[in-house]
Design a protein around this ligand. Structure first.
Ligand SMILES: *Cc1c(COP(=O)(O)O)cnc(C)c1O
Length: 430
């Protein structure tokens, strides 16, 4: 015991290794010291030779200062909640990089005076949705609803259909969120049918607003009916519509998904949406609509607690103004092109001695959007045992296991990553 302890190299001398000193510069000294101490522990327990501490520490260094690991999304699910929903465009990623240092987020460089925060982002959204009198941005879709409910309905009633009291995921339920603001829910209609007359009968002096929620993550079929936005716009109280997905204009491939422009034109006073679903931007919540209502929301004390940072503002502006997002590219991916890539990739992998084949594969929008919509695409099919190994690689490759095979669906894999995907599969141990 004493002998082993004496033979454990001192932390200082291990940290003096040039490779570890360089790592301390890029990863931070505490992170490197942590790894060294773990290796010293292994020497004490007899699991590592004292002479090997520095080498072992170098091998065990984290790759980056964040523990988040890059993932190639081969699930075929475009907005995968567990993989961070929308992937940012290169333009948006570059904007985040630009905004990482000091930026003029609240400063007018011409006059040297304070300027409205995030004005470029808000301008971009106003241009993209001219039907909105004004725009405000918060942390996420839930925060947008929270702000609207607090400002417009605290101590009052939100009139909402029983068919639209939804759980958005991970146990979070919109009715709980709304009630947490001190608003009361005035539920109308039934699970499957709610008419405009149901809403009209419930609206009164206590009404804060009428809420319509897009039931984005499930489908109701059969004997159903719902009041339209136009039906509810003239009830004499604000009509707030939670469209969920963040489409600013209609998407040709997703006719059932509501969008901000159409919803505002139909008469909604306020639209709330997420920025990191079909819009393809950073996590954020959009509020678009009547200028006077938006101004009230913006001035409420809670707005400060829900405001977004400069990185989000930068990414959102670049998403709205910039080139097609990875989300749009994945949604619009041409099946023939996906097939050609899958065939070529399977051929290369077979040449590397791997049991691979190109197979048709059904993708999904995901992120709780467009339920039931199957995006016809193509995948490379591998033995199931690949799934686990690929997941823990660098980068991690996450596919889908279906009927005893590991499918790598190419819809959400940008073509310039095909070579990396092939290398990852070839290197994977079964
Ligand atoms: C996703 C969603 C939300 C929540 O938005 P987050 O950005 O996840 O907070 C709220 N309402 C609807 C209809 C949604 O689809």
């Amino acid at each position: 015991m004493t002998d082993v302890r004496r033979s454990v190299p001192r932390t200082d001398s291990v940290l003096a290794d040039p490779r570890l000193a360089a790592a301390a510069e890029s990863l931070g000294a505490p992170a490197v010291k942590d790894v060294v101490q773990r290796m010293q522990e292994l020497v004490r327990s007899g699991d590592l030779d004292a002479a090997g501490v520095a080498d072992a520490a170098v091998a065990a260094l984290p790759r980056a200062a964040t523990s988040l690991r890059r993932v190639i999304n081969a699930t075929g699910v475009v907005l995968h909640t567990n993989l961070g929903r929308a992937a940012l465009s290169e333009a948006a990623a570059a904007a985040v990089h630009e905004a990482a240092g000091y930026v003029d987020v609240e400063f007018d460089l011409e006059s040297g005076q304070r300027a409205p925060r995030g004005r470029g982002t808000l301008d971009a959204l106003r241009r993209a949705v001219p039907d909105a009198g004004d725009v405000h941005v918060v942390n996420n879709g839930a925060a947008a609803l929270l702000l609207a409910a607090t400002v417009l309905a605290q101590g009052r009633e939100i009139v909402v259909s029983r068919g639209e009291l939804v759980e958005i995921g991970d146990g979070f339920r919109l009715p709980d969120l709304l009630v947490s603001t001190g608003a009361r829910l005035r539920e109308v209609g039934t699970t499957n049918r709610t008419t405009a007359a149901d809403y009209a009968a419930a609206v009164g002096p206590d009404t804060g607003f009428v809420l319509k929620v897009h039931p984005s993550n499930f489908r109701l079929e059969g004997f159903t009916s719902a009041a339209s936005v136009a039906d509810l716009a003239g009830l004499g109280v604000p009509l707030v519509v939670d469209i969920g997905s963040g489409l600013l204009a209609p998407h040709p491939a997703l006719p059932a998904e509501p969008d901000a422009r159409t919803t505002l034109r139909a008469g909604a006073h306020l639209v709330t949406a997420s920025g990191d679903k079909l819009l393809g931007g950073p996590q954020s919540g959009l509020l678009l609509g009547d200028a006077e209502l938006i101004n009230r929301l913006r001035r409420h004390p809670l707005a400060r607690a829900l405001r977004v940072d400069k990185l989000t503002l930068a990414a959102l502006e670049a998403t709205v103004r910039g080139p097609a997002t990875p989300t749009a590219d994945a949604l619009g991916a041409d099946p023939a092109r996906l097939r050609a890539r899958a065939v070529a990739m399977a051929k290369t992998l077979c040449g590397n001695g791997i049991d691979a084949a190109a197979v048709p594969s059904g993708g999904a929008v995901g992120g709780g959007g467009a339920p039931g919509v199957v995006l016809a695409g193509w995948a490379v099919s591998l033995p199931e045992s690949y799934a686990g190994t690929l997941r823990v690689g660098h980068p991690a490759i996450v596919g889908r296991v279906e009927r005893g095979r590991c499918l790598l669906d190419l819809r959400c894999v940008p073509p310039d990553l095909d070579a990396e995907l092939i290398a990852g599969v070839t290197a994977a141990e079964r």
